[in-house]
Design a protein around this ligand. Structure first.
Ligand code: NDP
Ligand code: MG
Length: 384
């Protein structure tokens, strides 16, 4: 029996992971966490026999304590206490945003295996995260579908001489606005932006998918996870989201990972590695699919991918600044305080004005994140 902690259990990834546990007799759930949806969290804990949770929002934590007899941790040390106290074999980090970095760092520092959905951890602090995992021997299992696919594809090439893998390709659905020009994106609404064609996800990543920032974050994530240079990571639009990723090899052959889009597949892969779970999901039917489409990214309509690539190449705290500005701008868009196109404007202005440091210490990253949030908020005010 492996002991499992799920952080961000009330979200899209968290709830799907909990559904998978019903059929997983090798995993024992020992702790859960959320930000403010305490009623859902307590209901999950009760359903799964969990006696210890962490709640980020103080007020929500108070309310949870008043109505539940289990242990509710809160405050700045809550996640550390939750993770260390639970003595887990595996932590699933499904927190959204740079708020997930601390949990990633704590887990890896303790040498605990990490199933990582929180891609922002690798964007904000990729060097730190990868070095920690290497130093403690903790395994880092990507949950992001493209990276899970790459992890499996690259693993299948183990034993080949270095340099055999020449290129990684990440596919992007293109989001709800695929095919629209920049002018046509001027007045799109929050509802339209949240209406993703192939994946059902949390609000923040849905907007990131509509701007293509999600794919930008994922290029940085792939660079950090697999050590591939930015020149060798390619993005292609693939509206069906059936091909998740591809590796191109030195002899001209390519290996791709295919399946109907369903996050349960990569979540289960990370939770059960090195075993493969038995999931009741439909097998791919190529005859029914008929054809698959691929097209180039429109960088004029979707500048966020280019901004992310530039930040990734600049290195240091640039990806952290990019991420923080994006989180602030996306929250403003969801609150209807800025337009869709202004998301990229805020990020670009924040990056242009930021002092980038070539340091990856936790303290440096936290400070860069804080400063970038302030700068992005000021740019938003100036736009209004
Ligand atoms: P959701 O918004 O659905 O859920 C986020 C979870 O994190 C919730 O449980 C939320 O709690 C919790 N949370 C939010 N802020 C904090 C905080 N400051 N401290 C502690 N917990 C917090 O997000 P998703 O499940 O969609 O995404 C989670 C991560 O997985 C993201 O990094 C995303 O990029 C990545 N991912 C998601 C995919 C998907 O299909 N959804 C696909 C690939 C990657 P509460 O409910 O109380 O707000
Ligand atoms: Mg993805």
């Amino acid at each position: 029996m492996r002991r499992l902690v799920i952080l961000g259990s009330t979200g899209s990834i968290g709830t799907q992971a909990l559904e998978l546990l019903a059929a997983a007799d090798d995993l024992e759930l020992v702790a859960l966490s959320a930000d403010r949806r305490w009623e859902e969290l307590i209901a999950q804990a009760s359903r799964h026999g969990v006696r210890r949770v962490a709640i980020a929002d103080e007020e929500s934590a108070e309310q949870a304590r008043a109505s539940w007899d289990g242990e509710v941790l809160s405050g700045p040390e809550a996640l550390a206490q939750l993770i260390l106290g639970a003595e887990p074999d595996l932590v699933l980090n499904a927190i959204v945003g740079s708020a997930g970095l601390a949990a990633t760092v704590i887990t890896l520092t303790e040498g605990i295996d990490l199933a990582l959905a929180n891609k922002e951890s690798l964007v904000v602090g990729g060097e730190l995260v990868i070095e920690l995992a290497a130093a403690t021997g903790a395994r880092l299992l990507p949950v992001d579908s493209e990276h899970s696919a790459l992890y499996q594809l690259i693993g299948s090439e183990k034993g080949q001489s270095p340099g055999t893998i020449e290129r990684l390709t990440l596919t992007a659905s293109g989001g709800p606005f695929r095919g629209r020009s920049r002018a046509e994106l001027e007045s799109v609404t929050v509802e339209e932006a949240l209406d993703h064609p192939t994946w059902k996800m949390g609000g923040k990543i849905s907007i990131d998918s509509a701007t293509l920032m999600n794919k930008g974050l994922e290029v940085i994530e792939a660079h950090q996870l697999f050590g591939t240079s930015y020149d060798d990571v390619e993005v292609v639009i693939h509206p069906q989201s059936v091909v998740h990723a591809m590796i191109s090899l030195s002899d001209g052959s390519s290996l791709a990972h295919l399946g109907y889009p369903d996050m349960k597949v990569p979540i289960a892969y990370a939770l059960h590695w090195p075993q493969r779970a038995k999931l009741e999901l439909p097998q791919l039917n190529l005859e029914q699919l008929g054809s698959l489409e691929f097209e180039a990214v429109d960088n004029d309509a979707f500048p966020c991918l280019g901004l992310a690539l530039a930040a990734g190449r600049a290195g240091g705290t640039a990806p952290c600044v990019l991420n923080a500005a994006n989180e602030v701008a996306v929250a403003a868009f969801l609150d209807r305080r800025c337009s869709f196109l202004q998301i990229a404007e805020v990020i670009e202005a924040t990056l242009a004005a930021a002092e980038i440091e070539q340091s990856y210490s936790f303290a440096t990253l936290i400070e860069a994140d804080r400063a970038a949030r302030g700068a992005a908020a000021a740019h938003l005010t100036a736009l209004a």
